[in-house]
Ligand binder design. Structure first.
Ligand code: PLA
Length: 430
């Protein structure tokens, strides 16, 4: 017979370890794959030589290869050769030069808000990190008594809702996309935002809305600004595609600049990513800016942003921000970057033409001109989940199940194959 003490010890061990042999984490459930990043895994696991990855928005060359910009390669070479470079910690707010150049890239050099020191900017872990730090800051520092509510478009990039939700913000949707017209449901958008409580945060995609590729017109942006001011909403711009939509960095910043230049002065929050426009995906280079009413407030806001960052990851990584700062500050590299950016945007536009031509040649039912009209990296096809599943299972075309395809993953060679596959599922799958 075991002594009572020994039996107690065994019982205690079993309790700590969970009931079965799986140990402490026996009860942990398998999580579903990420709806976007998970597509990379299904693509990798596919052994068919015809396989095509149109899931994650990552630029590929005509040969289907990832592309490192020449401007980036040259900046890296210069950084590696710099004898004064070191690997010390960056400040909590990141590389000051990178922060300055980032806000100027978005707002335009010499913008009054920048000149007056009204913009608090911190470096962030790409666009996602900027959104997360921004959301956390809002949840903590919106005025007392004001609702912690953010309005996001329906649909939006899937991670938006999780990011704001995890930060403790209540997430509500506003109407955005009309499936019938495959355009903007502007009346629905205005109606939903008109009933938002004062002080609510309004998440806007600065350009190249993901996943729909549908943006407001300049006139609609002006109306949105007027509504924002009238209802006292706080705009939060997610700028993940500046320069990538049109090929022109200034043109793609028009919405942000319109709001930032409004008399008032207008307050706003801005998340920037260099993943797409500089091809720095894995370097996690991004920035968060909070445009404030006064310089004094901006200083205090920056001090609180640092308190959000310090317990999360202490300070941001150096390499990506150093590359981006170099590319933006060196006139020759900056010109090269703009040239390459236009080249990437143009290749995506050419893929729209090529896919549209292939689809119309197959005389598919319905109007597919949205392929030409949608802006940015993605086409939002309207294909059903069942049709997407067949595209993957039968045709080895990997895409997100909402019918979004990354145009940047297509090439002249793969367009006919995709069109054939789409024609098949449109004809045979509901
Ligand atoms: N905001 C929007 C609107 C995005 O589309 C993405 C990336 C991000 C922010 C975040 O990008 P970053 O953190 O890498 O800077 N969306 C991708 C990738 C390209 C992803 O889902 O993470 C997409 O395929 O939708």
């Amino acid at each position: 017979m075991d002594s009572p003490n020994k039996r107690l010890a065994v019982l205690a061990r079993q309790c700590c370890a969970g009931a079965a042999d799986g140990g402490t984490w026996e009860h942990v459930q398998q999580a579903p794959p990420d709806p976007i990043i998970g597509v990379n895994d299904s693509y990798r696991a596919d052994t068919d030589p015809r396989k095509l990855n149109l899931g994650v928005g990552a630029y590929r060359t005509e040969e289907g290869k990832p592309y490192v910009l020449r401007a980036v390669r040259e900046a890296e070479a210069a950084l590696a050769a710099d004898p004064a470079a070191n690997k010390e910690y960056l400040p909590i707010a990141g590389l000051p030069e990178f922060c300055r150049l980032s806000r100027e890239l978005a707002l335009g050099p010499g913008h009054a808000a920048v000149r007056d020191g009204r913009v608090a900017t911190v470096q962030a872990l790409s666009g996602t990190g900027a959104l997360r730090v921004g959301a956390e800051f809002l949840a903590q520092h919106l005025p007392p008594g004001q609702p912690r509510v953010v309005y996001v478009p329906n649909p939006t990039w899937g991670n938006h809702k999780t990011i704001f939700g995890k930060a403790g913000m209540q997430v509500r949707e506003y109407r955005y996309f009309c499936p019938k017209t495959r355009g903007l449901d502007f009346a629905g958008m205005l109606a939903d935002l008109s009933s938002a409580p004062p002080g609510a945060v309004l998440l806007l995609h600065a350009c190249a809305h993901n996943p729909t590729g549908v943006d407001p017109t300049p006139e609609q942006w002006r109306q949105l600004l007027a509504l924002t001011q009238e209802k006292r909403l706080l705009p939060f711009f997610d700028s993940a595609y500046q320069g990538f939509a049109s090929g022109d960095l200034d043109a793609d910043a028009a919405s942000v600049r319109l709001f930032a230049s409004a008399p008032g002065p207008q307050e706003l929050v801005l998340a920037q990513s260099y993943a797409k426009n500089m091809g720095l995906y894995g370097e996690r280079a991004g920035a968060l800016s909070v445009v404030c009413k006064t310089k004094d407030v901006a200083g205090r806001v920056e001090s609180q942003l640092k308190l959000v960052i310090r317990p999360m990851y202490s300070n941001p990584p150096m390499h990506g921000a150093a590359i981006a700062a170099r590319v933006m500050s060196d006139p020759r590299l900056n010109a090269l970057w703009k040239e390459e950016l236009a080249g990437m945007a143009n290749r995506i536009k050419a893929m729209r033409q090529a896919l549209y031509a292939q689809l119309t040649a197959r005389q598919l039912p319905g109007d597919w001109s949205f392929v030409l009209k949608q802006i940015g990296m993605f086409s939002y096809t309207g294909l059903s989940k069942a049709q997407c599943e067949v595209l993957t299972a039968k045709w080895h075309i990997h895409l997100t199940m909402d019918g979004r395809i990354s145009m940047a993953g297509l090439s002249a060679a793969s367009c006919p194959y995709l069109a054939e596959a789409i024609a098949d599922v449109v004809a045979n799958v509901k």
